[in-house]
Design a protein around this ligand. Structure first.
Ligand SMILES: [Zn+2]
Length: 454
């Protein structure tokens, strides 16, 4: 790709230039174009003005060629410069013959993530910009190693005994025909089948996906790293987390506030048992936790006798067309539920409340009078509260978020979480983003240590 004197980089997905120190671009003209927006972020600000002088033209040629050779493996870049044994660029042309090269990366079909079929966690592609805690600590979670002179972060997968999981293979070969064997290292607890469509093949050279079956639990909670070897050299890998699965019981309750079964029938319309079972399974299967719902029909926690008092004490207020819980008073509301129902401490108790929780007088983004509070489940107590959102809906992913709080997880943006991310930047269940759908490996491990799991 590209004529002599030209470098063209094209990626179907994201392309990143990563350097430990500076990245400098020198050119006659620099043109930047983006279809949507251009974001520049710097810890000490973004500066426009006189740049450093460019190096003399002889050095410039050398630097430009090295830039091509330093692309990350995720960019689907075909214009890699040949390298000599010391790893430095041997020529400034991008048209020379390519070296033998093999990088295997893994992905899963969307359905695996959406259904929580098994856990699949890759380091976020933009982790350098969204991680607000120690970056090195985050990188170390993935047990990185070098593949083709680049840092490689193997994803985490979770699997249980007897389960077969399917991973898609994304392969970068320069000279596929020159390889004898590209395959996972052998491991006593796992067997592999390399598949091209419905045909089983001998290894990853021709395969499109790999089926991995687990035959034993791991007593260590740390998991294990399995590398892909291409004729003996590291070409990729995965981390596998497979401790013995655990279980816990859950009881769910509808909180009747209005009386005459008004809240019960509204909540019955909003959540059926099969949806509850499905959302709990999708959320917790990746962390190897099975939740056993003990009551098929939600039991009623009746606090209608307290309704007038709650209104009088301004715990429950009325807006234009509905009643809501005042954020400042939410502890009084929770205390009222607790006085009327005793939650056993060795199970998960889920209360569903047919009210939103709002901050009166808050200046929201629309200059509004209310700001919606997402929930109020205390961390690690086994008690979760599912409440309505700003549109009076009971969101399934929000219920899962609350149950995960009950089992000990913090928000993705919490300083007390294992790693801290900018808020609303991920689709993790513990973020405030609308589309919550996955958990990370350290969250699986944290959930798995909840004290009342069996
Ligand atoms: Zn929360």
């Amino acid at each position: 790709m590209g004529k002599k004197g030209q470098i063209i980089k094209i990626a179907k997905g994201t392309m990143s230039d990563i350097a430990q120190n500076d990245i400098n671009y020198y050119a006659k003209n620099i043109n930047t174009y983006a279809g949507i927006s251009i974001n520049e972020t710097g810890k000490q600000g973004v500066f426009f003005g006189t740049p450093e002088p460019a190096p003399p033209i002889e050095n410039l040629q050398q630097d430009t060629a090295q830039d091509t050779a330093d692309n990350t493996p995720s960019a689907s870049d075909q214009a890699t410069t040949p390298q000599n044994e010391s790893g430095t660029t041997s020529t400034t042309s991008v048209d020379d013959e390519k070296p033998k090269k093999c990088i295997i990366e893994f992905s899963v079909k969307n359905k695996v993530i959406n259904d929580g079929t098994f856990g699949f966690d890759t380091i976020p592609s933009n982790y350098n910009t969204i991680c607000e805690s120690n970056i090195q600590d985050l990188e170390n979670e993935y047990n990185p190693f070098e593949v083709e002179s680049e840092q490689y972060f193997p994803p985490w997968v979770s699997i249980r005994v007897g389960q077969t999981i399917i991973l898609q293979l994304n392969k970068t070969f320069n000279k596929k025909d020159e390889y004898q064997s590209v395959a996972f290292e052998e491991h006593n607890d796992f067997s592999y089948r390399y598949m091209k469509g419905s045909t089983e093949v001998t290894d990853m050279i021709e395969a499109k996906e790999v089926h991995i079956t687990c035959s034993a639990n791991n007593e260590s909670p740390d998991g294990t790293l399995i590398k892909v070897k291409a004729d003996g050299a590291d070409a990729g890998g995965i981390n596998i987390w497979y401790p013995t699965p655990k279980t816990i019981d859950l009881q769910w309750h509808f909180v009747e506030i209005t009386g005459n079964d008004k809240d019960r029938s509204a909540l019955e319309d909003k959540l059926k048992i099969r949806h509850l079972l499905s959302l709990l399974e999708k959320g917790l299967k990746p962390s190897l936790i099975d939740i056993n719902v003990t009551n098929n029909v939600a039991t009623i926690v009746d606090i209608t006798a307290e309704n007038e008092r709650l209104k009088r004490e301004r715990v429950i207020k009325k807006s234009d067309n509905h009643h809501y819980i005042e954020r400042e008073m939410k502890q009084d509301f929770v205390a009222t539920i607790r006085q009327n129902h005793n939650a056993p401490n060795n199970i998960v108790t889920l209360y569903l409340v047919n009210r939103s929780c709002l901050i009166t007088g808050a200046m929201g983004e629309e200059g509004g009078r209310y700001q919606v509070v997402a929930g109020f489940s205390p961390t690690g107590t086994g008690i979760a509260y599912g409440i309505l959102d700003g549109e009076q809906k009971l969101r399934h992913t929000a219920i899962m978020h609350e149950v995960m709080h009950a089992l000990g997880l913090r928000h993705t943006f919490s300083r007390q979480a294992v790693h801290t991310f900018a808020d609303k930047k991920t689709k993790n269940y513990m973020d405030y983003h609308e589309t919550k759908k996955y958990t990370w490996k350290w969250q699986w491990a944290k959930l798995h240590t909840y004290q009342h799991l069996q």
